[in-house]
Ligand binder design. Structure first.
Ligand SMILES: [Fe+2]
Ligand SMILES: [Fe+2]
Length: 334
């Protein structure tokens, strides 16, 4: 039997999977307690595909090599969105090329199954203010390139139920806002009702449902009215979602990305983890956006009693000296 202490030392050529650790297991929980059901990796915000971010061509394969080297291998990668650099503000040619580049790197470097969540940068080019004459709202390009038939879905794996939400919706000052549309809310309620009461549930979304990182988002701090958390950052319908969660105590953990920061909080029995970014600061070096958060990904161990352990792993992205000729924030120009 594998005990908890071994989970992170039996990895990467004998080295430890060192990193920030969060979990719902009580401190000092007995080593001979409930067994681990399985392990998966949590990737967030890879932002791969556009050649302006040249570090991604070295860095992303490095992240994939790192996760595939874990001896006690994860069963799959759960990606919580912002898969490609940006389609939202890009032209059609750029968006198509980015998805093509994504597929190529995955074909060459990834053998683990991947469960995708869509992020705001994955939705169709020119959704809001792109200058492509063929701009249209929707997620068809992302669905086509991830192999999904719906932007929200659920699945079971070894005794745990996973719900993947799609929280990028039209509206808001920035061209999108974070909430669930009515059809998705009805689907979520139905999906939770038909899940056995004893089956632990994990919910994945791109932007967090509840988080700490939102208080440190530069857009929040810059608002003329003071600290206003932007509607492109947190769920506008969080109270409604929480009221649904309150009927299902088997919801254990919500995973997200979007902020490129790592945080963990617990509210009314549900743990919320924002899992950082594989790309850190959009592959820029040195880090500018939130320099406290290095590139990394999560390794999540789930136990048969509905508890979990989450470890954020710095996979060792090595940058180069900052080049002043490298582009800065090219959103809207690619
Ligand atoms: Fe992102
Ligand atoms: Fe995002």
């Amino acid at each position: 039997m594998i005990n908890r202490r071994d989970l992170f030392t039996d990895a990467l050529g004998g080295g430890a999977l060192a990193g920030l650790c969060f979990g719902s297991r009580a401190a000092g929980a007995p080593e001979q307690g409930p067994q681990r059901a399985f392990r998966f990796a949590h990737f967030g915000d890879t932002h791969v595909g556009h050649t302006a971010f040249s570090l991604s061509s070295e860095g992303y394969p490095k992240a994939l090599k790192h996760v595939h080297a874990i001896k006690d291998a994860p069963d799959f990668i759960l990606h919580t969105g912002d898969i490609i650099t940006d389609a939202f503000w890009a032209k059609r040619e750029s968006a198509t090329a980015q998805w093509k580049a994504w597929r190529k790197v995955m074909e060459e470097h990834c053998t683990l199954p991947v469960r995708y969540t869509l992020g705001n940068h994955d939705v169709n080019f020119g959704w809001d203010r792109g200058d492509d004459t063929t701009k249209f709202p929707g997620k068809s390009l992302a669905l086509e390139n991830t192999g999904l038939t719906s932007p929200y879905y659920s699945f079971d794996h070894k005794g745990w139920h996973f719900i993947v939400l799609d929280n990028t919706q039209p509206g808001g000052w920035n061209g999108f806002q974070i909430l669930l549309d009515e059809a998705q809310v009805a689907w979520l309620e139905k999906d939770l009702k038909r899940t056995p009461e004893k089956m632990p549930v994990i919910i994945a979304s791109h932007a967090p449902i509840v988080c700490v990182a939102c208080f440190f988002e530069p857009l929040s701090k810059k608002h003329p009215d003071g600290m206003v958390i932007s509607n492109d950052c947190v769920h506008q319908d969080v109270v409604r979602i929480q009221s649904i969660f309150g009927k299902h105590p088997n919801i254990k953990l919500c995973l997200s990305g979007h902020y490129h920061q790592v945080d963990h909080c617990r509210y009314l029995g549900v743990d919320y983890i924002c899992g950082g970014a594989v790309c850190a600061d959009y592959w820029r070096r040195p880090l500018q956006y939130r320099p406290e958060f290095e590139a990394g990904y999560g390794v999540v161990d789930l136990f048969t009693d509905g508890t979990f352990e989450y470890r954020f792993i710095d996979y060792g992205l090595v940058g180069y000296e900052d080049d002043p000729k490298r582009p800065r924030h090219p959103w809207g120009k690619i």
